[in-house]
Design a protein around this ligand. Structure first.
Ligand SMILES: C[S@@+](CC[C@H](N)C(=O)[O-])C[C@H]1O[C@@H](n2cnc3c(N)ncnc32)[C@H](O)[C@@H]1O
Length: 181
């Protein structure tokens, strides 16, 4: 009986966390697995680079990219920022079993209130952001990054960043991948 009640409570908490826009204004939709190889290529993994996934979901992209970096013996750092505590929990469990966990950081927080400079290692000068958030949120988050960090590239899944149109390169997978260097 206690087990059933506990399961019901947990299910209810999960439903609430995924339903209330105040807790997660951009709903959770994972990146299409078929596009992962193209996305990882678009991230342009290299040494002394930090890749930040803003709104990382269950970590599908960041963990796959970290696996590739590990195989290629790169020292690339990966940061996954997420606001939904259930997804944070899932990422932390996956983290425990990841071969490249020493280079992965999982951050529970709001991408609009984040102090990005605090997340970065000073000698890691190359910055790449992966974004799969709605177009209006994209336009809100970009000026925030520009203001705080001078040089970075962006890989945006599904949605273009209108304000960076002049730098745009489009990769066509199952869905479009927009790259800004
Ligand atoms: C469309 S999903 C993408 C998930 C993941 N990046 C992927 O590619 O599979 C958007 C994610 O952004 C998260 N999110 C929404 N608003 C956020 C915010 N203000 N701060 C941090 N994460 C946020 C949601 O919880 C959701 O997991």
């Amino acid at each position: 009986m206690i087990l059933i009640i506990s399961l019901l409570v947990i299910t209810l908490i999960i439903i609430i966390l995924f339903s209330f826009p105040q807790l997660s204004p951009v709903p959770y939709f994972p990146t299409n697995k078929k596009d992962l190889p193209l996305i990882v290529k678009a991230l342009g993994l290299k040494n002394n680079q930090t890749v930040l996934d803003l709104g990382a979901g269950d970590g599908i992209v960041i963990f796959e990219a970290a696996k590739k970096a590990y195989k290629r013996k790169l020292n690339t750092k990966f940061v996954a920022v997420e606001i939904n505590p259930v997804l944070i929990l899932i990422m932390n469990i996956r983290y425990l079993f990841h071969p490249n966990r020493k280079n992965i950081k999982i951050v529970f927080g709001d991408i609009f209130k984040m102090n990005y400079k605090k997340l970065l290692t000073s000698n890691f000068s190359l910055l790449t952001f992966y974004l799969y958030i709605s177009p209006w949120f994209l336009e809100r988050v970009i000026p925030n990054l520009k203001f705080k960090i001078s040089n970075f590239s962006i890989v945006s899944y599904m949605y273009p960043v209108k304000s960076l149109k002049s730098k745009e390169k489009i990769i066509c997978g199952k869905n479009k991948i927009f790259v800004y260097n």
